[in-house]
Design a protein around this ligand. Structure first.
Ligand code: PBG
Length: 330
């Protein structure tokens, strides 16, 4: 039975099955998604990541195979993280020609057509687990922090080594001041003028990275990252951070994490015309999995709704551990 006439405005008219897809404002496509891949130089078999169900660290020899699996779901872009064979105080394996990411990228580009992005950072490569070079006395004095300017040349060197190995795009995540400019200059000087930079422009000092640190073995062995990553209470500061990256030549602007920071995603979308990326981080993934395991939430539905919300907030691209599962559904 239809309702009695009287109301002229009835939003429900546009909620019937036939018309809902026509008036949907936001859509998700496999081409919006970037899948993280963990390549581990310390193993010759795949190792499940306990805190991130469904994800594994794969040996270098299986990097291309892993990416081929992702491509089969319809996801075309990956972001590669490396666990090196050894760590030192300078993180020298991060820029080694035969480093884990460099070797993996060579394999992936030789065997697949994936769009290959690399994470440019030092925390997986330094013994102390910080995202740059530190004073040797920092361990005793927690107020000392990563040495910004000395770290810049290392980051540029890492980015160039990734580009040289065949990376299509580099994504610096160290949150050093001047990092994008230093990397742009390094890439250009080395002839990689066509390699874009997706900057982790507004990256917060977040407790949601916990499961990733287990996956990538990049937790700081002392202290935390609050001297370089952003304070979760700050939104206006994010605009200053992003603006600097734009001035320094960033091509894509990333906000990280995603769901707890949708206001920042929206602010960046409104203030800048660059493509906006959001990183739906490990903790966001682990949360839904844990609840789903208890039978409290439907994993597929909540994952879809979460990522749709990230797009609705203004993101063009989403880095997410749900990429494969979601693409299969789409
Ligand atoms: C490296 C890096 C981190 C993440 C991406 N790149 C860890 C960190 O900053 O501590 C986190 C990703 C995630 O939680 O999914 N700096």
């Amino acid at each position: 039975m239809t309702d009695e006439p009287g109301l002229t405005r009835r939003p429900r008219r546009l909620r019937t099955d036939g018309v809902r897809p026509l008036v949907r404002e936001t859509t998700l496509a496999a081409s919006d998604l970037i899948a993280p891949v963990f390549v581990d130089a310390t193993t010759d078999e795949r190792v499940p990541i306990e805190t991130m169900p469904g994800h594994e660290r794969v040996p270098v020899t299986q990097a291309a195979e892993r990416v081929a699996e992702i491509r089969e779901t319809g996801v075309e872009a990956v972001i590669v993280f490396g666990i090196p064979e050894s760590k030192d105080s300078e993180g020298s394996q991060a820029w080694a020609d035969d480093g884990v990411v460099q070797e993996a990228v060579r394999g992936i580009t030789a065997e697949t057509d994936a769009y290959v992005i690399t994470d440019v950072c030092m925390c997986e490569y330094t013994e102390h687990g910080h995202c740059g070079l530190i004073e040797s006395s920092a361990r005793e004095d927690p107020t000392l922090t990563v040495r910004n300017d000395e770290t810049l040349s290392a980051l540029a060197r890492i980015a160039v080594s990734h580009a040289k190995a065949g990376a299509d795009m580099v994504a610096p995540s160290a949150m050093m001041d001047g990092m994008v400019g230093a990397i742009r200059e390094g890439l250009d000087d080395a002839g990689h003028t066509d390699v874009p930079i997706m900057s982790y422009a507004a990256k917060y000092e977040s407790a949601f990275y916990g499961p990733f640190r287990d996956a990538a073995d990049g937790a700081p062995t002392f202290g935390d990252r609050r001297h370089y990553q952003m304070d979760p209470g700050n939104a206006r500061e994010a605009m200053r951070e992003v603006e600097l990256d734009v001035e320094e030549g960033a091509d894509v602007l990333m906000v990280k994490p995603a769901l707890p920071y949708l206001d920042i995603v929206r602010d960046v979308r409104e203030r800048f015309d660059h493509p906006v990326a959001a990183y739906n981080v490990s903790g966001e993934y682990a949360m839904l999995h844990a609840a789903a395991e208890q039978g409290w939430l439907d994993l597929e539905e909540t994952a879809y709704e979460s990522l749709l919300s990230v797009k609705r907030a203004g993101a063009d691209l989403i880095v997410t551990y749900f990429a494969e599962d979601l693409a299969e559904r789409l």
